[in-house]
Design a protein around this ligand. Structure first.
Ligand SMILES: [Zn+2]
Length: 131
């Protein structure tokens, strides 16, 4: 984080004040200039069925140059003042990388064509296979 960037909306080097809510999500696109799309999932209770439904949220966030965010990175985002019409979040920290991101995207594409078999995506790495 030693390098400087001349981005006025950078939370470290610029003069952007942060307030509001904080979320952790995965970067799904960085195609726009200094803007990324971050998505995260959450569970919402459905009282009628006494169960939870899975939902996801997607927002446009400001992507400062100095963080070098790539597609598939897990980031922490924080709310800030509106930076443009649809942007009022900024990436404050890179937490890690989703190594299975590409595979998940492929599975999602397959799922769109309604294949019957669902392969479970497991996050854990099996290290105790070598006996
Ligand atoms: Zn910066």
């Amino acid at each position: 984080m030693a390098e400087k960037c001349n981005d006025a909306h950078c939370p470290v080097h610029g003069s952007l004040s942060l307030r509001g809510r904080t979320f952790t999500g995965t970067v799904i696109s960085t195609k726009m200039q200094r803007t990324a799309i971050v998505q995260w999932g959450f569970k919402r209770p459905v009282t009628k069925f006494e169960r939870y439904e899975k939902r996801k949220s997607k927002v446009k966030v400001h992507n400062p140059d100095c963080l070098k965010i790539k597609k598939g990175d897990i980031v922490e985002i924080r709310e800030c003042k509106p930076l443009s019409k649809a942007k009022h979040f900024v990436i404050i920290k890179k937490l890690g990388e989703d190594i299975l991101f590409e595979e998940k995207q492929e599975l999602l594409e397959q799922g769109k064509t309604r294949s019957k078999k669902k392969e479970p995506v497991k996050e854990e790495t099996s290290e105790n296979e070598s006996n």
